[in-house]
Design a protein around this ligand. Structure first.
Ligand code: ATP
Length: 236
């Protein structure tokens, strides 16, 4: 089976996420896509606005109609109090330990069969910081990446984002500065599939801003998610 992990804050999940997952499913022929809300996202300066449980509930609602889309608790908060050692490592002693993709991927791989092929699905705006993720070279070796492009990003942006150890030399990247990021990019130590056809302008920031400003965010949301946000009074 071809299986992808789609990690995100999903604060809240919106049509952009669903479009990315659909494009990946069609272009790569994925059998399953696990939507993995992060408890404490390592790459974002701000904490999520909604609790992990609300974000997970919205992921369940938004993925209900799609057979291959599966909500995942791989990065759920640990039950019980945060261990003292983990709390000490964090800059905020009361916060939970952060989720690192390399740990999630390695943990999940232990549950897979030899014949399974694992992918990591992400948007290009998250991927452009991959060199700052924990153990990026190991992560790129553990699984193939699927990166959803957004207008304005080139193939050179993707190559430049790679960690130094596998990044092609600058002179080799330069000619691709104007080439749309699409197709497979196979390097020693990384295989990256680029999805060019996702042009969904939705973002979680736009949803939160609309709700806070008492404007409708319905065009970005699954109706069940919009209902949930109203019922729970989220993002006011
Ligand atoms: P925020 O606006 O709070 O930064 P977001 O809308 O980017 O959030 P995340 O949960 O952070 O949502 O996104 C998870 C992944 O989905 C990221 O890799 C992000 O790049 C990607 N993504 C989100 N929206 C889109 C979109 N409209 N098109 C392509 N990729 C997207």
């Amino acid at each position: 089976m071809k299986i992808a992990l789609f990690g995100g804050t999903f604060d809240p999940i919106h049509r952009g996420h669903i479009e990315v997952a659909r494009a990946a499913q069609q272009q790569i022929g994925l059998d399953r896509i696990l939507f993995v809300p992060a408890n404490v996202p390592p790459h974002k300066a701000e904490k999520p606005r909604a609790s992990f449980f609300d974000r997970y509930a919205m992921v369940v609602l938004a993925t209900m109609q799609e057979k291959a889309f599966v909500p995942s608790l791989l990065e759920a908060p640990a039950e019980g109090p945060v261990p003292a050692a983990a709390a000490k490592k964090s800059s905020n002693p009361l916060s939970a330990p952060r989720n690192y993709s390399i740990d999630t991927v390695r943990r999940f791989k232990q549950t897979l069969k030899q014949s399974d092929r694992l992918f990591f699905l992400t948007g290009i705006d998250a991927f452009k910081d991959i060199a700052k993720w924990r153990d990026p070279e190991a992560l790129l070796q553990e699984c193939e990446f699927i990166v959803a492009s957004r207008p304005g990003f080139s193939l050179a942006d993707v190559a430049n984002a790679l960690p130094a150890g596998i990044r092609p030399p600058a002179a080799a990247i330069k000619p691709f500065a104007k080439q749309e990021a699409s197709g497979p990019l196979v390097l020693r130590g990384a295989t990256i599939h680029l999805l060019a056809n996702v042009h969904q302008p939705a973002s979680a920031t736009a949803v939160r801003q609309a709700v806070a400003g008492k404007k409708s965010a319905n065009r970005f949301l699954d109706p069940a998610v919009a209902d949930y946000i109203r019922k729970k009074g989220l993002y006011k």
